[in-house]
Ligand binder design. Structure first.
Ligand SMILES: Cc1ncc(COP(=O)(O)O)c(C=O)c1O
Length: 402
């Protein structure tokens, strides 16, 4: 793959002057490009890839995505329902804990349900064994924590010290005991193991994680039917080592003939959408500051949380081009700043600013802080036509409150 192929697809030929802002434009051609890469992994390995709804859940794109992926990975009852009703296919649910009053409804939507701990499994198991409505068709799994660190940013590292995410080997062993009889009783009904340890990482990170996972939990795999390698695989990033990923999965399947699932979110929507905003004002305070009709805090929260500096179409680093500006948002938060960028021409009120790679972890995380209206969502179809699929109103803000 050439570098940044999908970014070129996402931004080519979009005339942003007519777009009412702020607006996300999701590019079907770029999604298709990502999905074909994911398809090639499924074909070469026989693994199944699920869309992690936590990363991308704009269901207007589901008709395209479901032609390629097997189903969804959901983290809550509402994501599970969206997957069940709008996507179809398999619905895998995994959350740090489940509420008892939601559980029977969850079983209506889920076909795979993963427990974060043996205490959760033990809590729900008697009812499942009694034949809880819907529970017979569900495959049950346990999330394990391999305690192997690959992610550098602590809040995104599921294997950081004191992590609540997944059962550690010590807790696993304490629970299932050492002899077959103990194991049979505690793992009876469990058909899969799940781990999630990556964030925007390459196949080499999976290779190291999998080695530790097998060393620690390999002896339990012969009684399993499936294993889920979680998300965080940056499979569609230019330069990602697809051959290595396929070798890892194929070799794993030779050692353990199990069904393998991956559940990426970001890789499905990577470089597949932009956020178009407008300049509302330009002020000066030691530097030129452009105030936009968007917000880092409300419309691109990962910019502040991760933190990172999104790319802007046609702009460079500060000082790279003649005119440098700080791009700031509309909320009261002093730190509602997207970053410093330079442009070839001076900015003026009404200019469009196009933020790249804005399809994932934006719409699913946005908020209405300061009453900020959520950006419109539009889809650019394969023919290049842009259609608005969702506009937000005052009622969307009010409905979150009472
Ligand atoms: C359990 C689990 N699965 C899948 C994902 C999706 O990760 P990504 O969007 O980075 O591929 C996450 C992200 O946090 C996760 O926690």
């Amino acid at each position: 793959m050439g570098t940044n192929t999908s970014k070129k697809i996402a931004t080519a030929k979009i005339d942003t002057r007519e777009i009412p802002t702020p607006c996300y434009i999701l590019d079907e051609a770029a999604f298709q490009h990502n999905l074909e890469i994911l398809d090639s992994v499924q074909e070469r390995t026989g693994c199944k890839i699920l869309l992690a709804l936590k990363g991308f859940a704009a269901f207007g794109l589901f008709p395209l995505i479901r032609q390629h992926l097997s189903g969804v990975a959901a983290s809550s009852i509402d994501e599970a329902r969206l997957g069940f009703e709008e996507f179809g296919g398999e619905v895998h649910v995994s959350a740090p804990a489940y509420r008892e009053e939601e559980f029977d409804l969850l079983l209506k939507y889920a076909d795979h349900l993963i427990f974060n701990s043996f205490s959760q499994w033990d809590r729900f198991r008697p009812k499942i064994e009694e034949g809880w409505e819907g529970s017979k068709t569900v495959r049950w799994g346990i999330r394990v924590n391999p305690e192997h660190r690959e992610v550098k940013v602590p809040i995104y590292d599921p294997c950081s010290p004191y992590s609540r995410l997944g059962t550690t080997l010590k807790n696993f062993k304490d629970k299932v005991g050492n002899d077959d009889a103990d194991r049979d009783s505690h793992l009876a009904g469990i058909s899969g193991l799940h781990f999630h340890n990556l964030c925007e990482l390459g196949a080499d990170s999976l290779q190291r994680t999998l080695a530790v996972f097998e060393e620690k939990f390999g002896k339990y795999l012969d009684r399993m039917e499936w294993v889920n390698f979680g998300g965080g695989h940056h499979i569609t990033r230019p330069g990602y080592d697809l051959d290595l990923l396929c070798d890892i999965i194929n070799e794993f399947k030779e050692r353990h003939p199990l069904e393998v699932y991956l559940e990426p979110g970001e890789a499905v929507a990577l470089n597949a959408g932009v956020l178009v905003a407008s300049v509302l004002d330009i002020v000066e305070n030691g530097m030129e500051i452009a105030i936009l009709d968007t917000s880092a805090a409300a419309h691109m929260p990962d910019v502040l949380e991760m933190p990172y500096r999104p790319e802007v179409l046609g702009a460079g680093k500060p000082g790279e081009h003649p005119h440098t500006y700080r791009l700031g948002g509309m909320t009261c938060l002093a730190g509602d700043v997207i970053g410093d960028y330079s442009f070839h021409e001076p900015l003026k009120v009404g200019d469009r600013i196009v933020f790249l790679d804005m399809a994932h972890y934006t719409m699913v995380k946005n908020n209405t802080f300061n009453g900020m209206r959520l950006p419109t969502i539009a889809i650019r179809d394969l023919a290049g036509d842009i259609r608005t699929v969702r506009k937000f109103e005052y009622e969307d803000y009010k409905n979150r409150l009472s």
